[in-house]
Design a protein around this ligand. Structure first.
Ligand code: PLP
Length: 395
């Protein structure tokens, strides 16, 4: 088949293109309205006003107070501030040093927890998941101790798309008076984010996952939640996060989030249909492949697979040659490294986890894009298997 003229972008979980309407809203804040939001003259006040409008837009979507919104530089920073900020504040108040999280978190949570264990005397329970990457809320309940100071479980997994029972976990955390954080970076723009219905005290978002700019994020912090600032300096963001605010980015984040939720229903329905076409097509056309993640409780745009006998990276390179951008869904770039901690936690054997492929759809994808992938992928897999000693050995 002929290589299509355009790139077929199927890696929306990695990042998305900025929506032109978002770009338009941001532009003036880099050019004629460039004031520092802390300055008292009108140019500064104009920037501050735009930022406060953006804060209100985000707060309305999350169903919280604007002052409960902290703007950050990315999802990773929001996660770091949530985990370290609560952990240190709680430790300082003598509340304890035990944290509960899951074994499938993004490294922004996982590595932060590991550092707290290694250098700061915390103990961390990493909850197991089932074969679909789902956390059992009862496991959360069982892991709670008198000295538990924070629970953090992601809203939806970035590799396999599984949506976690956040509201149930949040209820359990609140029955015990423990602050509950969710990393909603992959859920933002798609799943409902009402913080009261989800029973969360802290929630992370990142604009570049929902057609906003890179380099700007949100941390929602419920009033009264103990939080020690991690980045100190000026009194920005109500003393919780120092640093001159990225006004254009913040305006872009709010515009993108509003656009996403104004159209979430129709976009989710359309993208879910494309996802099902892709998943069914792959499973029908290619032998010895499994869908990874939950069959139904998954992000509308996530189709992820594990192919036996071959390396995900080889599939990616072959897809790239045909103009298709995809991901192996794992943090490793070479088969000699450990495969994805998420797939291993799901009980997928290491050899099979190496054959992972994540295709994540977005607003601009069409049925033709999906059909093109379905046309070329079986041939790529077959070709790679023919060259695979593992495959030959299994025949
Ligand atoms: N958390 C999850 C679940 C993610 O998928 C990502 C990015 O892929 C992050 C956190 C980090 O976000 P950022 O790239 O904005 O630092």
């Amino acid at each position: 088949m002929e290589k299509p003229k355009k790139v077929i972008y199927l890696d929306h979980a990695a990042t998305t293109a900025v929506d032109p309407r978002v770009m338009e809203a941001m532009l003036p804040y880099w050019t004629e309205r460039y004031g520092n939001a802390s300055s008292i003259y009108s140019l500064g006040r104009e920037a501050a006003r735009a930022m406060e409008e953006a804060r209100k837009t985000v707060a309305d979507i999350l169903n919280c107070e604007p002052k409960e919104i902290i703007f950050t530089s990315c999802g990773s920073e929001s996660d770091n501030l949530a985990v370290r900020g609560v952990a240190f504040a709680q430790q300082h108040r003598g509340k304890g040093n035990h944290i509960i999280t899951s074994s499938i978190e993004h490294h922004a949570i996982g590595h932060t927890c590991e550092q707290l264990e290694k250098y700061f005397g915390f103990e961390v329970t990493y909850l197991p998941v089932d074969k679909y990457a789902m956390v059992d809320p009862e496991d959360v309940r069982r892991a709670i101790r008198d000295d538990t100071v924070l629970i953090s479980v992601m809203a939806a997994n970035n590799e396999v798309g599984t949506i976690q029972p956040i509201a149930e976990i949040g209820k359990i955390a609140h029955e015990h008076g423990i602050p509950f954080h969710t990393d909603a970076v992959q859920a933002g723009g798609t799943l409902p984010l009402n913080v009261d219905e989800l029973h969360v005290d802290l929630l992370s978002l990142s604009a570049h996952k929902f057609y906003g700019p890179k380099g700007v994020g949100v941390l929602y912090v419920r009033k009264g939640t103990p939080l020690l600032p991690i980045q100190t300096g000026g009194g920005h963001e109500r003393q919780r996060r120092a640093g001159t605010e990225n006004v254009a980015g913040i305006v872009g984040l709010a515009t993108a989030l509003k656009l996403a939720y104004d159209h979430a229903e129709e976009n989710n329905a359309r993208i879910t249909a494309l996802r099902e076409r892709l998943i069914q097509g792959v499973l029908e056309r290619i032998p010895e492949v499994q869908l990874t993640g939950h069959p139904t409780q998954r992000l509308p745009n996530n189709a992820s697979f594990a192919f036996k006998y071959i390396e995900g990276e080889s599939i990616l390179l072959n897809l790239d040659m045909l103009g298709i951008c995809a991901s192996s869904g794992s943090a490793c770039t070479s088969a000699s490294l450990e495969p994805s901690h998420v797939l291993l936690a799901m009980g997928i054997p290491a050899e099979e986890a190496h054959g992972s492929l994540r295709l994540t759809l977005g607003n601009e994808n069409t049925e033709e894009d999906v059909d093109y992938v379905l046309e070329v992928l079986p041939g790529i897999v077959e070709k790679l298997r023919m060259m695979s000693p593992l495959y030959q050995g299994a025949r």
